[in-house]
Design a protein around this ligand. Sequence first.
Ligand SMILES: Cc1cc2nc3c(=O)[nH]c(=O)nc-3n(C[C@H](O)[C@H](O)[C@H](O)COP(=O)(O)OP(=O)(O)OC[C@H]3O[C@@H](n4cnc5c(N)ncnc54)[C@H](O)[C@@H]3O)c2cc1C
Ligand SMILES: NC(=O)c1ccc[n+]([C@@H]2O[C@H](COP(=O)([O-])OP(=O)(O)OC[C@H]3O[C@@H](n4cnc5c(N)ncnc54)[C@H](OP(=O)(O)O)[C@@H]3O)[C@@H](O)[C@H]2O)c1
Length: 453
Amino acid sequence: MPRPLRVAIVGAGPAGIYAADALLKSEAAVDPGVSIDIFERMPAPFGLIRYGVAPDHPRIKGIITALHQVLDKPQVRLFGNVDYPGDISLDELRSFYDAVIFSTGATADRALDIPGVDLDGSYGAADFVSWYDGHPDVPRTWPLEAEKVAVLGVGNVALDVARILAKTADELLPTEIPANVYDGLKANKALEVHVFGRRGPAQAKFSPMELRELDHSPNIEVIVNPEDIDYDDGSIAERRGNKQTDMVAKTLENWAIRDIGERQHKLYLHFFESPSEILGEDGKVVGLRTERTELDGTGNVRGTGRFTDWDVQSVYRAVGYLSDELPKLPWDVATGTVPDEGGRVIDAGGHMQSTYVTGWIRRGPIGLIGHTKGDANETVANLLADHAEGRLATPASPEPEAVETFLAGRSVRYTTWEGWYRLDAAEKALGEPQGRARVKIVEREEMLDASGA
Ligand SMILES: Cc1cc2nc3c(=O)[nH]c(=O)nc-3n(C[C@H](O)[C@H](O)[C@H](O)COP(=O)(O)OP(=O)(O)OC[C@H]3O[C@@H](n4cnc5c(N)ncnc54)[C@H](O)[C@@H]3O)c2cc1C
Ligand SMILES: NC(=O)c1ccc[n+]([C@@H]2O[C@H](COP(=O)([O-])OP(=O)(O)OC[C@H]3O[C@@H](n4cnc5c(N)ncnc54)[C@H](OP(=O)(O)O)[C@@H]3O)[C@@H](O)[C@H]2O)c1
């Protein structure tokens, strides 16, 4: 008697959920059917949409509504608060499923190797993001005593961090931020936020809309130094070939030539300043040293040997995210990803049977939520080709109850999709008296209780 194809997905971020969607829309879903279990270490699903996207971006957080339609399907189950490999190992997953897709994304900060990086007051952007997005596994307080702050990097994460530091707590109150984050931001003393790019305006990684949004806050004065507007042949080619780059450069040019206004918080966007050292005294940040750079003709830069010391009391490093290595899977140290071909995990012996990757753990921590969809489609197409050609290993216990019995035997307090609806309702109920759409529940135990785990 043919049985449904059993697939485990580890990581309930957008990539994992889009992979489930691709499986559900495949021919295999019709006959003999697919049965998908998604394992997630957080009590709630949605990955960086919940624990990365900034709270003042409700439209993006709204993508969760679309992802609901996938998790609502009867062929899909969620096992939240389940860690790979702490709660379930690769061999155990293989004993229950025909195939395993890893979509564990990225959670940490990429290292920045300059002196002073370990000083008190030098922070990774990912840690700050986790704090303001109410991640259960980080401290509840954040030191916001600095009046002048540096943010390193000119990508969208740097913009998020700079914007949250420069906005007032009351501007953020209507969002889903939990009470501890509102209280922390209320005590924020930052008056100046300085964002540093080591290259020029044509090399900034900002999205045009996210950049322009900075200017929408009644409390943020965005300032660009006209001397920082410079292009070489490489930059001009980049602007011609990429509409987004051109829009970003135009916005920066407009800001560089306008008069500086009176808004209370100044947000400076600096270019051609490469961070060379975080300066400290008594173990604490007291400044940032940057080296002026200049374009070399190709869009890259070289140092000029001219250094500037900036008076700042804290430094946020927004120079990229990094994935965690996954035990029992091969690992490419240089890219921080699992080696693959078309989503098939590749080790020394070729394709690791029945094992796949998708999303940021596959491609690295670059790209928007929507980009994970095409990636998931490719991985699933190859998984289904392997299935059709009989290349998947047969699991010892494919019946759906077997994994529930296993997790119960391990005393894993797992959450379910029905549990998410309960947590969702509890968070909405917390927001209602204040006229807010939701207030996030932060503590893991409280999340588990609200989910009825
Ligand atoms: C700060 C920030 C803000 C962003 N804002 C936007 C935005 O506004 N708009 C936009 O389009 N894109 C945004 N992005 C990009 C977007 O978040 C990513 O493109 C997308 O989340 C990547 O999806 P993913 O599923 O690969 O990874 P993730 O979203 O990271 O999901 C991975 C999931 O796997 C789980 N997991 C990890 N390890 C394990 C394990 N060992 N066992 C079990 N589960 C595990 C994690 O808890 C997580 O839920 C932002 C990114 C960052 C960093
Ligand atoms: N609202 C949104 O849509 C949103 C929000 C957040 C994140 N995201 C997406 O998530 C992805 C990750 O964003 P991200 O900002 O973490 O990464 P990113 O876009 O790659 O930006 C990283 C920045 O850090 C700089 N950098 C790297 N190493 C450095 C060093 N040693 N010294 C100085 N600067 C250094 C890079 O400069 P160089 O270019 O010179 O290397 C770049 O400006 C991106 O695709 C982003 O678009 C989207």
